[in-house]
Design a protein around this ligand. Sequence first.
Ligand SMILES: Cc1cc2nc3c(=O)[nH]c(=O)nc-3n(C[C@H](O)[C@H](O)[C@H](O)COP(=O)(O)OP(=O)(O)OC[C@H]3O[C@@H](n4cnc5c(N)ncnc54)[C@H](O)[C@@H]3O)c2cc1C
Length: 375
Amino acid sequence: MIGLALAWRLAQRGLAVTVLERDEPGGGTSRVGAGMLAPVSEAVFTEQPLLRLGLASARAYPGFVAELEEVTGRDTGYRKSGTLLAARDADEAEWLARELEMRSSLGLGVARLRASEARRLEPALAPALRLALEIPDDHAVDPRKLTRALGDALLRAGGELRCHAKVQALSVEHDHVAGVRLETGEVVGAGHVVVAAGPWSARIGGIPEPDRVPVHPVKGQIMRLHDPSGPGLLTRILRMRTGYVVPRGDGRYVLGATMEERGFDESVTAGAVYELLRDAGELLPGLAELVIDELAVGFRPGTPDNAPAIGPASIPGLSWATGHYRHGILLAPVTAELLGAQLAGEEPAFGELDAAAFAPTRFIPTGSTPITARA
Ligand SMILES: Cc1cc2nc3c(=O)[nH]c(=O)nc-3n(C[C@H](O)[C@H](O)[C@H](O)COP(=O)(O)OP(=O)(O)OC[C@H]3O[C@@H](n4cnc5c(N)ncnc54)[C@H](O)[C@@H]3O)c2cc1C
């Protein structure tokens, strides 16, 4: 998602750009992501630069998908659904009241709903519901449709997309990145390289050590289902303390997701499937009638401070667009615009954002020598 979105924006600016993808485009983490555009639902008080980045990207989304749909003629699955946060018992209701207070103190759009009001909006919600918050501006997109549209838009804008081209290492000449070497031994020259390999970003070889962004995988198990009787069970995104159900609007639903520190372990476990269905089923009993289409595992590209790395490394010729953790689908437009403008030498896009909070160089340990200081 991130690499394609950035490459599209660069090709539109007339830069010669090639995406090197080891597999098929959109086949990585972005294929698994649920597609919530949820800066308000996922707001964390101590992560306000990230919140502002997410809000900026959510505001950019309607224009981003409208432009993509216009140039490609493809649907992106963007739906202005809004979101409900729901509590099942007294403990969760207390948690939700605290979440409401925090969002209100930050001026975010959120309303408290009694259980009866929430059930009027979503009649399939169970009587067990205690309290709900309505977040009217958190919507969703279908990441699989979106990456297909992005790949198409990139080609139409004159960009190149090479599939089954696995990058093994950066090629560095005189302390300057000069391109990459593929697994086949082929060297692809480039004036600038952007690492956008999601959770695998830190595995690219040849990155000078102080510059390596410490991206690590956070495993998520998730399932896709459909309702044989068609759409209507749920219209808004439903979030609970332990997970979420995202309606696609056509009778398909995404139920997620676990958060596990297990490296790149690809196993789907019975316990995860059981817990996801149990927790969501308590609030949405109709879930039991749905047909399971897919059980999937993905790896969120996590960083030590949960914020992405967007911008130049210390070594000339290298930038990062990675570490988007739980928000890569949401943050694709803002990332592409921020780094696209920077690489094209334009005025910074979204000048109101705290770019330093996302600078990849923030991970360079104090005391080590950045490459530019040595050159
Ligand atoms: C279960 C789950 C649910 C999620 N839900 C949401 C959500 O609702 N909303 C949201 O905003 N985010 C969500 N996320 C997070 C989001 O999916 C990620 O942040 C986002 O997909 C990251 O995009 P990316 O382009 O950086 O990485 P990826 O989509 O993983 O893309 C990286 C690409 O690099 C390729 N690659 C890797 N190594 C190499 C190499 N050496 N050479 C060439 N190519 C290489 C891969 O094949 C892949 O295609 C979720 C994630 C998970 C796991």
